[in-house]
Design a protein around this ligand. Structure first.
Ligand code: FNR
Length: 342
């Protein structure tokens, strides 16, 4: 059942056609005609889980455990190793239940080696014991715990009990010794939720906003009993939640994900306050439709363009990029300044 669902998630993702909106187009960056920088000075390196990455992009959680997962995870980890970037595996619940399903996860560490930065992934309702066991399977450098109430509620077989999630997260944070990231799956972690996570000790959040992968549509393709299409617009856009969450204390590290597709999205995320950017759906698109080599070219082009835009903004590293001024217009501005009634 779980294996089948994992395969359907990938297949149905590729069938989805709802066009969400990250609202990144409402961010204006100004061209600097006098950058006074050389291209080879542009430094995109950063430290993640105590290891060095050459570019602030994470291949975010996608898959593991299904028949098609091994090939996908092999290609993704070859990409991650080649570009020295971190990678998170898909939910490992299936690997905890079924030893045979482990190979498609283990292959990631086999390919990326000791230097590779690899994050495990489980539900935020998991036990500490499961988190430690999932980390062990891939010798994880850190773990992601996902919040996915909207997705679960749209699945016939999904969870219906979410009480105690924050307490569970607090307990795991206190007892799991490596970095712990709390993430959404494309509906957004807003400032109020991020503050609640911060208050129980969480210092790393993937805001995973709306505008990219839409799990209500993915799940809608799997079942016919209730039609969820009117909820495809549910969630908070990536640019909105990122701006809100960046107002929280500096020791809260943010990953921006949800609809990240190109160099402009990456640069805008970093300017808005992200420490790292995550990408799932678009990589899967390139990999399945174009193959490994085409995806590698896409990455090469994207990295070049991020560096090029950094030069055109006069920012030679990620620290300077975070200080670049920006303007906000349109719908994003309206949403951020909308009157609160309660
Ligand atoms: C996902 N995502 C996901 N997240 C997670 O925490 N555990 C998981 O197992 C999965 N599985 C998964 C499968 C597929 C096919 C996709 C496309 C995505 C969610 C993912 O990590 C990310 O949070 C969202 O997809 C938003 O980012 P993108 O896809 O818009 O870049």
């Amino acid at each position: 059942m779980r294996k089948e669902r994992k395969r359907e998630h990938v297949e149905n993702y590729l069938k989805t056609c709802y066009l969400g909106d990250t609202l990144f187009q409402d961010i204006i960056l100004d061209h600097n005609a006098l950058p006074e920088l050389n291209f080879d000075e542009i430094d995109t390196s950063c430290t993640i889980c105590g290891k060095k990455a050459s570019f602030p992009l994470m291949i975010n959680a996608i898959t593991g455990g299904a028949d098609i997962s091994e090939g996908i995870n092999r290609d993704l980890s070859i990409l991650a190793a080649k570009f020295q970037i971190p990678m998170a595996v898909g939910s490992e619940t299936i690997a905890l239940e079924d030893r045979e399903a482990r190979e498609s996860f283990c292959i990631v560490r086999e390919i990326m080696g000791e230097k590779g930065i690899i994050l495990g992934n489980l539900s935020a309702l998991s036990t500490l014991q499961d988190v430690e066991a999932a980390a062990e399977i891939i010798q994880a450098d850190g773990m992601q715990l996902h919040l996915n109430a909207a997705q679960e509620m749209s699945m016939c077989e999904g969870d219906r009990c979410f009480r105690g999630t924050l307490k569970n997260i607090a307990y795991i944070k206190e007892n799991y010794e490596k970095p712990l990231m709390i993430k959404e799956v494309g509906f957004g972690i807003n400032k109020a939720t991020a503050q609640r996570l911060y208050d129980v000790g969480i210092r790393w959040i993937d805001i995973s906003g709306s505008g990219g992968t839409n799990f209500l549509e993915i799940e809608n393709c799997r079942q016919q009993s209730i039609d969820f299409s009117e909820l495809y617009c549910w969630g908070n856009p990536t640019a909105e939640v990122l701006i809100q969450c960046s107002e929280l204390p500096d020791d809260l590290k943010l990953m921006a994900s949800g609809g990240i597709k190109n160099a402009i999205h990456i640069v805008k995320s970093l300017v808005l306050g992200a420490d790292l950017v995550g990408m799932s759906g678009e990589i899967l698109n390139f990999l399945i439709h174009g193959g490994y080599e085409y995806t590698e070219q896409y990455f090469e082009g994207m990295i070049y363009k991020v560096k090029m835009i950094m030069l055109l903004l006069g920012a030679k590293n990620l620290e300077e990029l975070k200080k670049v001024p920006f303007r906000i217009k349109g719908d994003l501005l309206n949403r951020l300044t909308a009157k609160k009634y309660r």
